[in-house]
Design a protein around this ligand. Structure first.
Ligand SMILES: [Zn+2]
Length: 449
């Protein structure tokens, strides 16, 4: 992109002065943009069609996605495959063997859904449409009547389906791996304070603010020639941070903030030029270290027969030797190497993830970063399929990974107790809400509910 822009500016400068200067550069639309604008991407009036379906029609759709059939299915309780008895009064099947009742959502992520299946289908359809993400609050506005918790719980469960369903298995071929910084901004301090309140109100305040800016600049300059004591103090500070669990970036040597994470992407290049990639796996690590990268590559890539394409990060040097071929590109100099080496598809994932974090979800907690990264991987991989297919995929995973491990009882104060990190999970507590009360513990003045 920047290459094209650069060339256009040069050409404009070389033109005779009489011609008006071009102020914009015309770029042909990307393949993704062409698809989105095309007729193929649209199923005409699909939402209206779904609203015309009755509950039985939607149930057939769910059954097809879960079992591949709406007449014969395995009982979720005992596994007996048969034509179970449909009981119209309860709107449930009854197992011919164990006599228990079940529905399409029994023992799935959508188990505790108290909404109609049609409402779940419509919300999934709408949620699948954003290119970088749709907040639960927006979804609630689109659908109209549901509470925020309902919308949030559904989107969170769909993400869990992606974490435990889509983000599994192996990829092979030309695999691009890249890490990107995520989270770790000190956004909490600015939150809730309008810019106007941060403006100085008196002359003294303005002076103090100006002085602070100058001092900060001078301090930054002075860092180059610190005294031995100051250097020692800085080092102690870093050691303290590391004792608390912070890690060093292997590329720059800097100790990263405690809440900084790296989203590592593994993308398989499509065989057809221009098709990009449609197989993406992700993982979250504390830093882009050889250990983290190797762990993810072993989990998701068929190593000896694949080709690795990365930038020149130190984490990939040892890993690259295990592959058939390791192509690297020096991002300090160029985006595509002399022999066509690049990892731009992995960078394209990162761009979408950044937009989701900075533009849509805002302040994604490290604890749930993996869920959001998996969502971005889904949106990136399904950028050129129509909405009904995307909906089917989302529901397929939500119905086929078992009961929820992360979100059962979330609205009643139950939380996931760990962060999904590689190489190992990090135990973390609840980030918000009241602490769950232990039975028999001292009351804090409020009557029991
Ligand atoms: Zn049964």
């Amino acid at each position: 992109m920047s290459g094209e822009a650069g060339t256009a500016t040069l050409n404009a400068a070389a033109l005779p002065a009489s011609r008006p200067r071009r102020t914009s550069v015309h770029r042909p639309p990307s393949a993704g943009a062409r698809y989105r604008a095309s007729k193929r991407s649209i199923e005409e009036n699909y939402l209206a069609t779904v609203y015309r379906w009755d509950e039985d029609r939607v149930r057939r759709e769910f059954a097809r996605l879960r079992w591949g059939s709406h007449t014969e299915m395995p009982c979720p309780h005992c596994g007996t495959i048969d034509e179970h008895t449909w009981t119209a009064a309860r709107e449930d099947w009854r197992c011919v063997f164990c006599r228990k009742y079940f529905d399409v959502t029994t023992n799935t992520l959508l188990d505790s859904c108290k909404r109609s299946l049609q409402s779940v289908y419509v919300q999934t359809l709408l949620w699948s449409c954003g290119s970088a993400g749709i907040p639960a609050l927006t979804l609630r506005e689109m659908v109209g009547t549901v509470s925020y918790n309902t919308a949030f719980s559904l989107t969170a469960r769909l993400r869990e389906g992606l974490v435990r369903g889509q983000n599994t298995g192996l990829i092979a071929g030309v695999v691009e791996i890249d890490g990107a910084h995520a989270s770790g901004h000190d956004a909490a301090g600015k939150r809730g304070r309008p810019l106007r309140q941060q403006q100085p109100k008196t002359v003294e305040e303005a002076d103090a603010k100006a002085k602070a800016i100058v001092d900060a600049f001078n301090a930054k300059q002075a860092k180059r020639n610190l005294s031995a004591e100051q250097k020692k103090a800085a080092k102690t500070e870093q050691v303290e941070l590391r004792d608390q669990g912070a890690v060093r970036d292997p590329n720059t040597g800097q100790v990263l903030p405690l809440n900084r994470r790296m989203v590592i992407t593994l993308r398989r290049r499509s065989g057809n030029p221009g098709d990009g990639s449609v197989w993406t796996k992700v993982g979250v690590g504390m830093a882009e270290t050889p250990e983290v990268v190797e762990h993810l590559a072993t989990r998701h890539v068929l190593i000896p027969e694949s080709v690795l394409a990365t930038d020149e990060g130190v984490a990939f040097k040892k890993l690259g030797k295990q592959f058939r071929l390791h192509q690297t590109v020096n991002h300090g100099e160029t985006l595509v190497g002399p022999d066509g080496e690049h990892n731009n598809l992995a960078e394209s994932f990162t761009a979408r993830q950044d937009r989701a974090e900075a533009g849509i979800y805002l302040n994604v907690e490290p604890k749930y970063l993996m869920d959001y990264a998996c969502e971005t991987a889904f949106r990136e991989d399904h950028r050129r399929v129509p909405a009904p297919v995307r909906t089917a995929k989302l529901l397929f995973w939500a119905l086929n990974v078992g009961r929820s491990h992360y979100w059962r009882g979330y609205t009643h104060g139950k939380n996931r107790k760990h962060e999904l990190l590689v190489p190992e999970q990090l135990p973390v507590g609840s980030s918000s809400g009241p602490a769950p009360r232990e039975p028999g513990s001292e009351m804090d003045g409020r009557p029991p509910r």
